[in-house]
Design a binder for this molecule. Structure first.
Ligand code: DGL
Length: 275
């Protein structure tokens, strides 16, 4: 069946709880220069990483419903916590990509056997990375470290601050002691701390950021489904559920251009089964 041109011209919808998912949006833009992106940062309900599966599933559903209502042709869940907890509950007709599977696939390819996962508390509790890694390589040793303090430090823009250095060093210590050879940046905020994490990890450890891996999968998936844009149709657009000057500043840093924000109200439409 051919996909109508009107559908192919739609944006790729991308959402995260905050600014971190813009690292995924930037990777998508690099891999797919003809596509335009509608980004939703759910800043009013951030953080997701400390919340329950039910709550994150409900938030995810409202975010996807909002993006679908704006006519996107596909959705990228650029939040590890939502990818880990909410995808099995999600009800939508759109093609959807999460960030856990591509990240795990990449880590399984590069590791020599011992993988450390840095993620939010909820992602670690879900066991999603360990499951995805073991499904690929049952021999792998997987060690997980929840890093709840890193999201607020990134949202604050403290990418290389003495406080952040201390926190990163402390979170990495147990994983370095166990001699992991690969570290998965299992939260979309952490790539913004990659230089600092790499500095403490040292040259023998490979960092895995799922953003590039997701972008490659989305590119292949859109092409396979006949959904890829042939010419660029629109501009990228960023929506947030709460205004913040801080978000605007960080967005400018990540996307390397000024970014105007649209404040939106998701209305929290409840759906049967995801309450
Ligand atoms: N961006 C979210 C993730 O990738 C973490 C931020 C939050 O806790 O909301 O898990």
């Amino acid at each position: 069946m051919t996909v109508p041109a009107r559908v192919r011209r739609g944006a790729i919808g991308v959402f995260d709880s905050g600014v971190g998912g813009l690292t995924v949006a930037a990777a998508l833009s690099r891999a797919l220069p003809r596509e335009h992106i509608l980004y939703l940062g759910d800043t009013a309900r951030l953080p997701y990483g400390t919340k329950s599966e039910q709550t994150v599933a409900r938030y995810t559903q409202t975010n996807v419903d909002f993006l679908a209502g704006r006519g996107v042709k596909a959705v990228v869940v650029a939040c590890n916590t939502a990818s880990a907890l909410a995808l099995p509950h999600l009800v939508t007709d759109l093609p959807v990509w999460g960030v856990i599977e591509p990240g795990a696939r990449r880590a399984a390819e590069v590791t020599r056997g011992r993988v450390g996962i840095l993620a939010t508390e909820s992602t670690v509790r879900s066991g999603a990375y360990a499951r995805a890694l073991h499904a690929r390589r049952a021999d792998l040793e997987v060690l997980s470290q929840p890093c709840p303090l890193l999201v607020p430090l990134v949202e604050e823009g403290w990418f290389d601050d003495p406080v952040t250095r201390q926190v990163v060093e402390r979170y990495l210590a147990p994983l370095l002691e166990r001699e992991v050879d690969t570290l998965v940046l299992g939260c979309t905020h952490y790539p913004l701390l990659a230089p600092l994490i790499a500095e403490f990890a040292g040259p023998g450890i490979t960092l895995v950021d799922s953003a590039a891996a997701v972008a490659a999968e989305v590119a292949a998936g859109l092409a396979g489904a006949g959904l890829a844009a042939t010419v660029r149709q629109g501009e990228d657009h960023v929506c947030v559920t709460d205004v913040g000057e801080r978000f605007e500043r960080l967005a400018r840093e990540i996307l390397q251009r000024p970014t105007r924000l649209e404040l939106v109200d998701l209305g929290e439409t409840e759906r049967e089964g995801v309450r």
